[in-house]
Design a protein around this ligand. Structure first.
Ligand code: ZN
Length: 194
């Protein structure tokens, strides 16, 4: 069964020429780069062998986006375990929390206040996660793949119409997509040209 990775925002869509990628809102300005992100390491995830496992998986997803060449965009790790409060607190964050809709794996919310203020990722705690670094089997959801997707929203990409892209809207059990597709790479390069 395919599950959904959704985003919530007032999206401004723009088509990406021959590619399937799209933008979904404001992009970070030059003086905001590299963009800091703060990560939750306080949640007990039953599928993971301790917090170092899922924080390591989160880091790999951010690094994968950082490894794209010919773009000025870059993430930097602000800190692990906070500080953060919630929407509009000025901290971009990734947290592991309960998402009540059983079909939703992760949600990225863009909070506006006088321009782009912060963008928060929530990853559902109640999935049969493969926390990594092992690959997900047919009974598991791959956490790194889902985080890689949500981080794409966090930096400004919407869903792609290319079903092979990381930014495709859905993923199934046992699907491991931990590398960016050329469509995803075209998207970040276009949003953040060097
Ligand atoms: Zn999504």
């Amino acid at each position: 069964m395919k599950k959904t990775m959704i985003l919530v925002s007032a999206a401004l869509l723009s088509a990406g020429s021959a590619f399937g990628w799209a933008a979904w809102g404001p992009v970070y300005t030059d003086n905001q780069l590299p963009v800091p992100v703060w990560a939750d390491e306080t949640t007990d995830l039953p599928d993971c062998a301790g917090k170092t496992e899922y924080t390591g998986t989160s880091k790999r997803a951010y690094v994968t986006w950082n490894q794209v060449t010919n773009t000025k965009f870059a993430w930097t790790i602000g800190g692990w375990g906070g500080p953060f409060g919630g929407a509009g607190d000025n901290y971009n964050s990734i947290r592991f929390k309960e998402i009540s809709d059983a079909g939703v794996l992760g949600v990225t919310v863009l909070n506006f206040y006088q321009g782009l203020r912060d963008c928060d990722i929530k990853i559902d705690v109640n999935q049969n996660w493969q926390c990594g670094p092992d690959l997900a089997n047919w009974r598991q959801m791959d956490m790194e793949s889902v985080i890689l997707h949500e981080v794409g929203h966090q930096l400004g990409l919407d869903h792609s119409s290319n079903s092979n892209a990381v930014m495709w809207w859905a993923i199934g059990m046992g699907e491991n997509q931990r590398s960016l597709h050329s469509d995803d790479i075209a998207g970040i390069r276009s949003l953040y040209p060097q």
